[in-house]
Design a protein. Structure first.
Ligand SMILES: *[C@@H]1O[C@H](CO)[C@@H](O)[C@H](O)[C@H]1NC(C)=O
Ligand SMILES: *[C@@H]1O[C@H](CO)[C@@H](O)[C@H](O)[C@H]1NC(C)=O
Length: 377
């Protein structure tokens, strides 16, 4: 008994001595900085893990084309017998940092894929809710990361995958999680064009702002004449409006250019305007929405040109989609300017993405631009 207690005692004091040595070494001037750095890193890691594991995963995966792929974890929702639960859901993660053009494609494609497969679409809050009349209200009951879900992902951005029409036969009785960009009109057009356009109507405050801009553009042109019916909300205006989108800025950073992003050249805009003139679009008011007004002023010399600089993107989208003829730029935002408009002519830039680039390899242009639109370079 006494011997046992003695061993225990000896053991304890040895541990204490050991700990003291470790403490002395760690706090010695030589290692002190390292110790503190290590402790700080551990604390940070613990904080991220405990407080916000999902955000943490999002953050380390945020790269443009490798958008967040779901890791799965055991169900948090009550599992219901499939036969007694007719409602199967489909949702999309809506990558948190992407722009409005990407979100519009994700929403429209989610809608189309859901309808084609007889699934019920559901989403949590996204930026589009703030300024559009979406039919799907923000909900949070659905668990995208439930291991029981069937995951349908797209590695590429802009190629239509027809197998998206047969998800329910591949995965009967399962909820579906989508990830990827789904940037092709074929996911939702022509079948659901009216449903989509109806949901992408702007909220009244955006319409008011857009109308004010168009009023100003018309009023500023010398041969201004405002008809009373326009004031009362009749969209047929006294002047023909040509909408021009010039997107530059962020798309011109070296990594994006290397990846295959391009922006339209001065020659493209002049070809597009020649094309419109040949179609008797004359004496129009030209409304230019851009994030590079300097470039626009230097490269477009038009009579009756009205520059809309650095507006909120949804206001640009609303203004341009109300015009009669459109000269688009590149990308998803430009696609939806055309798609949401009633424009008689929609012209887009054909040298996007850069032929031969990595971006071009994941893009099939006929899946991206509508066939009736006009490609110019
Ligand atoms: C589908 O999702 C709903 C809502 O989260 C859930 O109640 C249901 O049990 C799920 N069904 C299956 C088959 O996983
Ligand atoms: C709008 O104005 C045009 C031309 O002024 C007219 O032909 C059209 O009927 C009007 N539409 C409505 C809904 O008032």
């Amino acid at each position: 008994m006494a011997g046992h207690r003695q061993t225990q005692h000896r053991c304890k004091s040895r541990i204490r001595a050991g700990l003291l040595t470790v403490q002395r070494v760690l706090l010695s001037p030589r290692y002190r900085t390292w110790t503190w750095t290590l402790l700080l890193c551990l604390a940070l890691l613990l904080f991220l893990l405990v407080c916000n594991i999902r955000t943490f995963i999002y953050v380390i995966r945020l790269q443009e084309w490798s958008i967040y792929r779901f890791a799965c974890w055991p169900s948090t929702s009550q599992r219901v017998d499939v036969t007694s639960s007719p409602d199967l859901f489909i949702s999309h993660g809506f990558h948190p940092t992407v722009g409005i053009g990407n979100l519009l494609f994700m929403y429209a494609s989610l809608w189309g894929i859901a309808r084609k497969n007889g699934l019920t679409p559901t989403i949590s809050h996204i930026k589009l809710h703030d300024f559009m009349e979406l039919e799907l209200a923000p909900e949070s009951f659905f668990d995208l990361n439930d291991c029981g879900n069937f995951v349908f992902g797209m590695e590429t951005c802009c190629i239509y995958d027809a197998s998206s029409e047969f998800i329910t036969s591949v995965a009967p009785g399962r909820n579906v999680s989508l990830w990827g960009y789904f940037q092709s009109w074929k996911y939702f057009h022509p079948e659901y064009q009216f449903a989509i356009r109806d949901q992408f109507r702007f909220k009244p405050n955006v319409v008011t702002q857009a109308n004010a801009i168009i009023d100003k553009a018309i009023a500023g042109s010398p041969t201004f004449e405002l008809k009373t019916d326009y004031r009362s909300g009749n969209r047929s205006r006294s002047r023909t409006l040509v909408g021009i989108h010039i997107r530059r800025g962020d798309i011109l950073i070296p990594e994006r250019v290397t990846f295959g992003h391009t922006v339209p050249t001065k020659a493209y805009y002049s070809h597009a305007l020649d094309y419109l003139r040949a179609k008797q679009v004359v004496d129009a008011v030209y409304i230019v929405c851009t994030n590079d007004a300097e470039w626009a002023r230097a490269n477009l010399q038009l009579p009756n040109m009205y520059l809309v600089e650095d507006q909120q993107p949804e206001v640009d989208l609303a203004v341009l989609s109300m015009t009669d003829h459109l000269v688009l730029s590149t990308g998803t935002f430009s696609f939806f300017i055309g798609y949401l408009s009633d424009a008689q002519t929609v012209i887009y830039y054909s040298r996007w993405p850069e032929p031969g680039s990595e971006f071009a390899a994941m893009t099939n242009l006929p899946d991206f631009w509508l066939p009736e639109w006009i490609a110019l370079e």
